[in-house]
Write a protein that binds this ligand. Structure first.
Ligand SMILES: [Zn+2]
Length: 176
């Protein structure tokens, strides 16, 4: 892995007796600390591009706009910036997909709770002449969702029909 988030980095700022920043110790990992002078630290914080802070064996610690990263491929600042950007882009894409899935599930849950409005019931009843649209039976009738609620079907008249119990069960068996 070329680039890994450096999760254990902690930054310790030292000030002089006037409270002015003097130097910054970056505790990178157990026993490894990089020390920056005031000017170096301020430049690093102001930089738009990633800045390498120090090495630990084969790894280089980078400061980026998105946090601290280790890198062991001898990458330059531009390559590190690209990889950090790619990580963020992929994470954003994943979050977007999760948001869509959650919105869809909430919508299904909402439609399931929502009862068929009375005016829709009477419209469908009139339209289907109060009998099973499959076999014409006139008792044990039910409102059936053409597209099941669990698959995103709603309570609009176009998605509803009247079926008798036996025909409805037959349809359920086919869908399952
Ligand atoms: Zn029927």
């Amino acid at each position: 892995m070329a680039l890994r988030r450096a999760s254990s980095v902690s930054v310790e700022q030292h000030t002089n007796w006037l409270g002015r920043l003097r130097q910054v110790d970056i505790h990178a990992t157990r026993g490894v600390t990089f020390t920056l002078e005031r000017g170096q630290w301020l430049a690093l914080e102001a930089a738009a591009e990633p800045v390498s802070v120090g090495e630990d064996g084969a790894r280089v610690l980078w400061h980026t706009a998105d946090g601290w990263f280790w890198e062991d491929d001898g990458l330059d600042a531009e390559a590190v910036a690209l990889l950090v950007w790619d990580r963020r882009r992929r994470r954003d894409g994943q979050l977007d997909r999760l948001r869509q899935i959650r919105a869809r599930e909430e919508q299904v849950e909402g439609a399931r709770r929502e009862r068929i409005p009375p005016e829709v019931r009477s419209f469908v009843w009139e339209r289907d002449r109060g009998s099973c649209v499959a076999c014409g039976a006139e008792d044990d009738l039910q409102f059936d969702h053409l597209i099941p609620v669990a698959r995103g079907g709603g309570n609009a008249a176009e998605n509803l029909q009247i079926l008798c119990g036996p025909c409805n069960r037959q349809k359920s068996d086919r869908i399952a």
